[in-house]
Design a binder for this molecule. Structure first.
Ligand code: ADP
Ligand code: MG
Length: 254
């Protein structure tokens, strides 16, 4: 291949927005010449590379947009520490079936049982499958909503939260909301109802949700919407955090 042909070919690939193919063209041409692979294999290698780099970029973009506080995946989740967790159901979640069906998932249990870890891991899988995902604490979302009402951009914000395929609301129940905050959160969830999935992590049993939302009628309406199409996962096992620190203390005393 002459230098001129190479330049035109690379420019063509760039115009077609095949940037990884363009970037790797020179190296792959050289390798192909050296190893003597055919046109078909050469093209297969380059196109596979383009697809891989696109998937990687997409995942990075989705993960950035999701704003996970920590990167936690299923690979680092010790299943033996959560013996009551339904593995079959978890596998289904990892396949994102619940997002396609616009169902919700509620992780309910004590602090330290891995609810945030599981929610983040499911969120990461959603990103991997190219679903628009957003992670936020309940408290953070309520504050954002209150601020946006003051700035008269509430409707825009509610619409923004309605557009995610998956919204993860972490830590419902740790901090009670004002009446206004509860109403605004209700609006976000009502707007998303049956349009997109929500994952909630909470330490509160449903009977105690009125404590957080104040108004019993609104709480009932919210629970009705959230649990109508939801998987409720009872994280009834021991706190992983507690177990780890007990283990470390035992090791220190040995
Ligand atoms: P929760 O949200 O239920 O309070 P977290 O998800 O924050 O609990 O878990 C507390 C810490 O313990 C985190 O660092 C988390 O990664 C870790 N953790 C919890 N459960 C497991 C588990 N089964 N395997 C590995 N790490 C876990
Ligand atoms: Mg948590």
């Amino acid at each position: 291949m002459t230098e001129a042909t190479f330049m035109v070919l690379r420019a063509n690939l760039k115009s077609l927005l095949l940037s990884s193919m363009a970037g790797e063209l020179e190296r792959h041409l050289r390798q192909a010449r050296e190893s003597g692979i055919g046109y078909d294999e050469f093209l297969l290698e380059l196109t596979t590379l383009e697809l891989q780099s696109r998937a990687e970029n997409r995942l990075n973009r989705r993960v950035r947009e999701a704003k996970f506080p920590l990167l936690k995946t299923m690979e680092t989740f010790d299943l033996s520490a959560a013996p009551e967790l339904d593995i079959r159901l978890l596998r289904e979640f990892l396949g994102c079936g619940y997002i396609r069906e616009r169902k919700n998932v509620i992780f309910l249990g004590h602090s330290g049982t891995g609810k945030t870890h599981l929610a983040t891991a499911l969120g990461t899988e959603a990103c991997r499958n190219n679903y628009r995902t957003r992670f936020t604490s309940c408290y953070g979302l309520v504050n954002e909503l209150i601020e946006s009402r003051e700035e008269r951009s509430l409707q825009r914000l509610i619409q923004k939260y309605a557009r995610y395929d998956l919204l993860i609301l972490d830590e419902l129940g740790y901090i009670p909301f004002s009446k206004e905050g509860a109403e605004l959160l209700f609006q976000v969830l009502a707007e998303r109802h049956e349009k997109g999935s929500v994952i909630i992590t909470t330490n509160l049993g449903f009977a105690d949700w009125t404590q957080i939302f104040g108004d019993p009628t609104m709480t009932a309406a919210l629970l009705d919407r959230l649990t109508h199409r939801a998987h409720i996962i009872n994280c009834s096992w021991e706190s992983y955090r507690l177990k780890q620190s007990l283990k470390e203390r035992r090791q220190q005393h040995q």
